[in-house]
Each structure stands twice: as structure tokens, then as C-alpha cells.
Design a protein around this ligand. Structure first.
Ligand SMILES: Nc1ncnc2c1ncn2[C@@H]1O[C@H](COP(=O)(O)OP(=O)(O)OP(=O)(O)O)[C@@H](O)[C@H]1O
Length: 609
């Protein structure tokens, strides 16, 4: 008996069914054609993808294979081979591919806008503001208010951060200065909080009172179509604390510095509940987390206290133009389901600001360089940063007598004075504003044309924020940073930031040795600098005579040589002959300057037209 006979005996009584090949093949053909068409469409859609070939391959593999493999073989009744399983697999593959394609499309869109988002199941970035209504049912009235504010399309950080917050995702967002982070967190708050209920449901923390007021103004503008109430916590006298409690209870969104909020929370006679708080926003997060370990723990303790008072379901969103390791560590540990959103390169300066470094030799050279800039013609508004309150006062004293329309802001000025100065600078009454680091963070003065770092910034992060007061919301600006021999320690890091944002810097600056201990010390304590005073021009004069300082122009040289500068610029309250200038004399002088300024201001529109 050969093999054939054995097979015959074994299979006696069994039937073998063959499908009607013609019908099956026709079905296959149409399926194959549809799939081919699908591939063509996908190919077109994905023409600019790098991995077209890979996707194409996947799609090809998902086609039913031809010929006998597709045939259905039934050995015994009810037992069929292969077909069902293959169909399921095919479906899975197609769905996977669909997801992959959508994901690829989302990533392509993010790349186009310089958005990087890290985390699980990241919501797609908004294509435009109408997506708010389509995807998240944000009322049209709110979207209309946003566009009425002049925001025709979302900025990159708004595209990603708004989507995340509207899906209740905790985020840490890092985007350049002036890129609209404030609206990025306010709009989602206005929608998610819904109607007015009383009792704060969102808290916004930021490092300075000025910034708190600015956020408040933006929130007021954007909430025009809603019933929500926004409050900013002010510095209060004991007698008014109770009043504040009532306002607090009626508010939906509360904006404050951590110090003020905790002060209020710790008052015995005040009963404030944060139970209903759903969102806790930390603006300028890295600033609040920065400093010596003592300060750092200060904010952490405050944050812990605030978080404990909030309900268990509260969510946290952190925003800043710069991102530092303490923020990264804290957020990783405390924020579940975190999405890290970064726009552009982390800790980079805005590309809208043209940056320059100016070597001034020494402290005397800075004043000369400043006056030189004034002579060349400053285009206001101009912001000037110095390292301390004392230096701010000294520089103000110098410039006020130069007839420059200048004012100064620092922590020693009263709240009313600070408010007044900010208001005047905003409306153009003041052209040059001297400030300490106080104004370095978050403050949005429209159209600042020039930032002068009179004193070198203590770190690259501080530099990024200071120069970021110019070049906001798409407008261009300039930043000039003075430096002397004392600033070489930090020069390389600032030069690197400049290089990164496309500015030209001398190669040697990028190769300078960095003394990290010295840099750390400088961060804690600003370097000692000579007083800003014209009297210090004597050494400059000496240098000029020796032809050493290249930053002083011939006019200055002449003035200094002729001793005219002494008459023009009153030195530290004394006359050339050393006699003190009386207060009334000073007052007269101030009045005269003020009068001149008014004349200048009155002339401004004329010259502008
Ligand atoms: N979508 C938008 N389109 C145009 N302008 C916008 C848009 N969103 C915000 N702005 C404007 O951009 C400017 C800067 O916004 P904002 O102060 O929120 O910046 P920021 O990113 O918080 O900056 P910083 O890091 O310095 O605090 C504001 O004047 C604001 O009105």
C-alpha cells in the first residue's frame, strides 16, 4: 500500500469544499482596488512626511494576499481555516495606522509652531480659536472677547496649554517672553469655572504685586462676557482685612503674590476657604522656586500651605519663560499626568530682540556710554535695569539733571508711587524708566523699544527676562548690555544666550573660562560697584586724555576737557566749588526741568506726524 492508499483510507467519508474561486477573486479585486486608492490618498496627504515609505509599507502589508492563501478550506463541518483571524488583524492594523497618521499630523503641526509636548495622551494643539468652541464647547461670546482683544490667532503656547488645561491636564509650560502665557491660562479658567458661584475656584500666584495687577487687568478684559469675578489681593491695613475676607468670598478667581495670600490665610480673625479651588496657577514659576535654599523653602512652605487648604481635586499649571531644575523636580514629584510644554528652545531669549554687548571699561564709562546713547537719540519707551535700589536712585539723580524724561521704580518707593510710575510709563508720560529686577519679570509694557542693562544681569535667566520686556507680541526691540571687567564671570553665559538667538558675538566670549563658584556667589550677592556719579568721570577724563576709552565720543571728550560737564551735571548735591545746593535751589531746578519736559511732551505729537 502506497501513501496515496493510506491517505484515501484515512479520509474516507470526509468532504473537501472549495470556494467558488471566481466570486471570491472578484471580491478580492474590488477590495484591493479600494485599498490601492486609499494608499494613493494617504501618500498625497503624507507627501511631506519623512516616513512615507514606512506607512506605505504598512498599508501594503494590510492588503489581503492574493491567490490560494485567501482560499477558504473547510476540513470538517464548521471548522474553517484562517479567514476570520486575518480579517480581525487587518482591522487592527488599519485602526493603528489611522491613529498613527493622526498622531503624525499632530506632531507635524506642533513642529510647525515650535511646540514640544511631553507626556501621555497629549491633547492636540488648537488650530485656531474657533477650535475652542468646536472641541471644548467654549461659549462663542468668550471666543469673541478673545478676538476683540486683538488676538486673531493663538500663539504657540496658547495652542497647546489651552487644550491641555481644557482637558484638565496639569502642565508646566515654558514659552518665550511676550508670547501670551497670561491668556493661555486665563481663557481655560474662564471656561472651566463656568458660572459665578462665589468662593475662589482659581488661584493665580505670581512673584510681584505689579505683575499681579497686570494679570488682573488681562483677566478683567478677557472675562468681559462672563459673570465671573476676579480679585487681586492687596496690601491691607489690619482694619481692612475683614473687608477683604468678604471680597475674597465673592470672587471666582483670586490673583496674589504668595506672601500676601499666606498673610491673609494666617490671620486669626479671617475665615477664608480655598476648598473649592480647582485650578492653582503659578506664573513665573522658576522665579518663585529660585533663591537660596532658605527662600526656596519659604515658597515651598507657602505653596504647601495653600495646597493643603485647597480641595483634593485641585489641579496645578505652571508657566514661565525659563525652566529650572527645581521646578522640574517639584513638578515631576507632585503633578500627576503632567504634560511638559516647551515652545522654541528652553531658556532662550526672544528672537524679536536685537541684542548688543557694549564694553564700557569701568563704571565711569557706563555713564558716558549712556549719555552717548541719549545723544545718538533714544527711541522711547526705554527701560534701564540696574542691580540695586541704591544704584537706581543714583542713576536717576544723574539723568534727571540731564533733562531726560526719566523716572525710577524700586522697592523703596511707596505703593502709590510705584503705581503712578507704571501708569505714566504705560501712557508715555515717562520715556525712560530706571528699574531694579522688580520690573524684570512678566511686566508687559507695550512697545518697549530699548532695554539697557546698565548693570550686567546676575544670570542668563535674568538676562532673558530683562531683555524680554522688549520684543513682545510680535513687535521688534533692541537690548544693549553694558559690561566692565567686573562682569566677565557671567559674560560667557550671556554671550551663549545671544548666540543661540542668532546674534553675532565675538568667538572669544564663548570660550571664556567659567568660574562656577564665583557665579554662584554673584547670584546671591551683586558685585560691588562704584557709585554712579559724574564726579567719577575724573578717572574717565584721565583715561580719555590717555586715549584709552573708545566708548566716549569727541563731544564728551571736549566737554570733560573743558570742565563743562561739571557745570551741566550737579554732582551728588554739591556745586563745583563744593558748596551744598540748598533744597529750594534743587526744587527750582526740578521745576525748570519739569517745565522743559512738558514742552517736549507737548511737541511730541507734532514731531511724530
Ligand atoms: N494671541 C495673541 N495674539 C496677539 N497678541 C497677544 C496674543 N496673546 C497675548 N497677546 C499679547 O502679547 C503680549 C504679551 O503677553 P503676556 O504678557 O501674556 O506674555 P508672557 O508670555 O506672559 O510674557 P512674560 O514671559 O514676559 O511674562 C500682551 O500684550 C498680550 O496682550
Amino acid at each position: 500500500m502506497d501513501a496515496y492508499d493510506i491517505f484515501k483510507k484515512l479520509t474516507k467519508g470526509l468532504t473537501f469544499k472549495r470556494p467558488v474561486l471566481g466570486v471570491k477573486n472578484n471580491q478580492q479585486k474590488t477590495k484591493q482596488e479600494t485599498l490601492k486608492q486609499e494608499i494613493e490618498i494617504k501618500k498625497e496627504e503624507l507627501s511631506d512626511f519623512e516616513d512615507v515609505a514606512e506607512i506605505e509599507n504598512d498599508l501594503e502589508n494590510s492588503q489581503p494576499s492574493s491567490g490560494s492563501e485567501e482560499e477558504e478550506l473547510e476540513l470538517v463541518d464548521g471548522v474553517k481555516v484562517g479567514k476570520k483571524k486575518r480579517g480581525k488583524k487587518k482591522k487592527e492594523i488599519t485602526e493603528d495606522l489611522k491613529k498613527k497618521l493622526i498622531q503624525e499630523e499632530e506632531n507635524r503641526f506642533r513642529n510647525e509652531h515650535g511646540i514640544k509636548a511631553v507626556g501621555r495622551h497629549i491633547p492636540p494643539a488648537l488650530k485656531d480659536f474657533s477650535d475652542l468652541t468646536v472641541r471644548y464647547n467654549v461659549p462663542q461670546a468668550l471666543v469673541d472677547t478673545v478676538t476683540q482683544c486683538g488676538y486673531s490667532e493663538p500663539t504657540p503656547v496658547q495652542r497647546q496649554a489651552m487644550a491641555c488645561m481644557l482637558e484638565d491636564r496639569q502642565i508646566v509650560a515654558c514659552a518665550p517672553t511676550g508670547s501670551g502665557k497670561t491668556a493661555a491660562f486665563i481663557v481655560p479658567l474662564l471656561h472651566t469655572l463656568g458660572t459665578h458661584q462665589g468662593g475662589p475656584r482659581a488661584l493665580i500666584l505670581c512673584p510681584t504685586r505689579e505683575l499681579a495687577h497686570q494679570i488682573y487687568r488681562e483677566a478683567l478684559r478677557l472675562s468681559a462676557s462672563t459673570q465671573l469675578r476676579v480679585t487681586v489681593v492687596k496690601n491691607l491695613k489690619e482694619s481692612k482685612v475683614k473687608e477683604r475676607e468678604a471680597t475674597f468670598r465673592k470672587s471666582d478667581i483670586v490673583i496674589s503674590t504668595p506672601n500676601r495670600l499666606c498673610y491673609l490665610l494666617n490671620q486669626d480673625q479671617v475665615n477664608i476657604s480655598l476648598e473649592k479651588v480647582r485650578w492653582l496657577i503659578i506664573d513665573e514659576a522658576d522665579k518663585l522656586f529660585e533663591g537660596s535654599s532658605e527662600q526656596e523653602s519659604d515658597f515651598r512652605q507657602q505653596l504647601e500651605q495653600i495646597m493643603c487648604r485647597c480641595g483634593p481635586k485641585r489641579l496645578i499649571a505652571m508657566f514661565s519663560a525659563t525652566h529650572t531644575p527645581p521646578v522640574a523636580r517639584w513638578s515631576r514629584r507632585h503633578l500627576r499626568g503632567l504634560v511638559n510644554v516647551t515652545v522654541g528652545q528652553r531658556n532662550a531669549a526672544t528672537s524679536l530682540v536685537e541684542q548688543q554687548l557694549l564694553y564700557c571699561g569701568n563704571e565711569d564709562g557706563k555713564l558716558v556710554a549712556f549719555r552717548q546713547l541719549v545723544q545718538q537719540g533714544l527711541k522711547p519707551p526705554v527701560l534701564v535695569f540696574v542691580q540695586s535700589k541704591d544704584r537706581a536712585k543714583q542713576l536717576f539723580k544723574e539723568l534727571i539733571y540731564d533733562g531726560i524724561n526719566v523716572d525710577v521704580i524700586h522697592a523703596d518707593r511707596t505703593q502709590a508711587q510705584r503705581d503712578n510710575v507704571v501708569r505714566s510709563f504705560r501712557v508715555g508720560r515717562i520715556w525712560v524708566l530706571i528699574s531694579t529686577e522688580l520690573m524684570g519679570r512678566g511686566i508687559d509694557f507695550r512697545g518697549v523699544n530699548l532695554v539697557i542693562n546698565y548693570d550686567f544681569p546676575p544670570s542668563a535667566i535674568s538676562y532673558v527676562h530683562r531683555i524680554g520686556r522688549a520684543g513682545r507680541a510680535g513687535h521688534r526691540g533692541t537690548a544693549v548690555t553694558f559690561f566692565t571687567q567686573d562682569d566677565v564671570v557671567n559674560l560667557r553665559s550671556i554671550a551663549s544666550v545671544m548666540k543661540q538667538s542668532g546674534c553675532e558675538v565675538p568667538e572669544y566670549m564663548l570660550k571664556l573660562k567659567q568660574d562656577s563658584n564665583k557665579r554662584k556667589r554673584l547670584l546671591k550677592k551683586a558685585p560691588h560697584r562704584d557709585k554712579i556719579s559724574t564726579i567719577l568721570e575724573k578717572p574717565v577724563k584721565r583715561k580719555l586724555e590717555e586715549g584709552k576709552d573708545s566708548n566716549v565720543n569727541s563731544k564728551d571728550t571736549e566737554k570733560i576737557k573743558n570742565g563743562k560737564h561739571k557745570k551741566q551735571r550737579k554732582i551728588d548735591g554739591t556745586k563745583e566749588n563744593g558748596a551744598r545746593i540748598s533744597t529750594s535751589q534743587k526744587e527750582n531746578k526740578r521745576k525748570k526741568i519739569k517745565k522743559n519736559k512738558n514742552i517736549k511732551l507737548a511737541k511730541k505729537p507734532k514731531s511724530g506726524s
